[in-house]
Design a protein around this ligand. Structure first.
Ligand code: CTP
Length: 411
């Protein structure tokens, strides 16, 4: 079934509702409606056991999206656990059975729901429901503690008469309590809601002839992580990327380009409606002056030179007209990191430079980590070696604060 619902009518907040097998599964329908009324777009994952209580048809009709149950049978994607966990701004497990709590605490991923939880990077909220003895069992207590220690949030079950007739703790919390908690978690992570952020990523390819080009070793990973982090913070993101072998991030407008000139054109257009731009692309500084329209044949003698022309600097061009926009650039350096970054800050006219020492193994092109120094007119702050995802989150946090500060200054 194709998705019936687009983002119209939602405020861009995406909740993945994971329902496990418990009599309280019917309450998940009310939770879904409550989230939709608050403007959220909701997709649903069910365990096989949940289907015994409320079937996928009900959740499909309510959510307007195909429901994922089977890891190997989900129309919109061959890898539902990755695609759905990537899509979500918040994952809500409601009701969460003792079994799902246990599996999540141990990192077991033996179905679509638990695999999605293991692949998740967005905040997770559990709303457990089970028999009082199961809830109070030392194993469940330890599992809840483990998950809380990892930052997973719980809406604790209420006390009352349970489906089995027992009286005690284990009743799913009130629907409104669960919805409110989900919304407050979403608000806490939506620092860029209503903002438009432009990100550039990857290398550019400058043609020499139809089969050859000048390029560099940029993987595009940093820019893609920034685009994802900005999206998770609620921004509308336009990602202009050169040739990379990465899948398009979910929920982001991706414009694929090849050359520096194309990147400049696409970025300049998107910049018009932006609040911030983070230019992480490793744009070629030179392009062949007269690219051949046919394949160049080799000759016996040496090829002494290929005439090259300077490309236009996208960062400097956008910075000239930035007005109140926040503009952040990168500097890939092998020596004199801070001095070179300071010079770029001045000559290119942006607000910040993220300086990256690409001579280090933990910070080079293609690595999954970066050791960056943030250079502004106020000074330089060296960050420890972090994953690219963490660096991206720090950058997006700075973007949010800088946009807020500029807003305050103009008030
Ligand atoms: N940049 C750009 N357009 C270019 C070249 C670079 O927008 N034509 C941007 C990059 O996206 C990055 C910053 O400028 O944000 C710094 O790029 P870098 O390659 O480190 O510096 P260069 O200006 O190219 O200088 P050099 O190669 O001399 O270090």
């Amino acid at each position: 079934m194709a998705d019936m619902m687009d983002m119209e009518g939602t405020n861009g907040r995406r909740v993945l509702l994971c329902v496990s097998g418990c009599i309280a599964a019917y309450k998940a329908c009310e939770v879904l409606r409550g989230l939709q009324k608050a403007g959220c777009d909701v997709k649903v994952v069910l365990t096989e056991a949940a289907c015994e209580f409320v079937g996928p048809t009900t959740f499909e009709a309510l959510s307007g999206h195909e429901v994922a149950v089977d890891l190997f049978d989900y129309g919109p994607s061959a890898i539902p656990h990755i695609q759905l966990s990537d899509w979500a701004d918040l994952i809500l497990v409601c009701p969460a059975t003792a079994n799902v709590v246990a599996k999540a605490s141990q990192g077991i991923a033996d179905d679509c729901l638990t695999s999605t939880l293991l692949a998740a990077t967005s905040p997770i909220l559990f709303a457990p429901a089970m028999n009082v003895r199961m809830w109070q069992n030392a194993a469940t207590r330890a599992n809840v503690e483990t998950l809380e220690a990892r930052g997973i949030v719980f809406v604790m079950p209420a006390s009352g008469r349970l489906a089995c007739g027992d009286i005690g703790e284990g009743k799913l919390a009130e629907v409104e309590t669960i919805v409110d908690r989900a919304l407050s978690m979403l608000d806490a992570t939506q620092s860029l809601a209503g903002r438009h952020v432009l990100v550039t990523a990857g290398p550019t390819h400058e043609p020499v002839d139809p089969v050859r080009f000048l390029a560099n070793a940029s993987s595009g990973k940093m820019g893609f992580e920034i685009a994802r982090a900005a999206r998770r913070s609620g921004a509308h993101v336009t990602l202009v990327c050169g040739p990379v072998s990465l899948p398009d991030p979910c929920g982001v407008d991706v414009i694929h380009v090849t050359t520096a000139a194309e990147m400049l054109e696409a970025s300049s257009e998107a910049f018009q409606s932006c609040d911030a731009a983070v230019l992480a692309a490793a744009v070629a500084d030179y392009t062949p002056t007269n690219p051949s329209d046919h394949k160049l044949k080799k000759r016996d003698e040496a090829l002494d030179s290929i005439p090259l022309t300077r490309t236009k600097d996208i960062l400097a061009t956008l910075s000239k007209t930035k007005g109140e926009r926040v503009v952040i650039g990168f500097a890939a350096e092998t020596n004199d990191l801070v001095e070179n970054a300071r010079e770029k800050l001045t000559t290119k006219g942006c607000d910040l430079i993220i300086a990256n020492d690409v001579s280090r193994e933990d910070s080079t092109f293609g690595s999954d980590t970066d050791a960056v120094t943030i250079v502004s007119t106020d000074g330089a702050e060296e960050l420890p070696t972090l994953s690219k995802r963490e660096v991206a989150e720090r950058i997006v946090e700075m973007v949010s604060k800088m946009i807020a500060a500029k807003g305050d200054a103009t008030c």
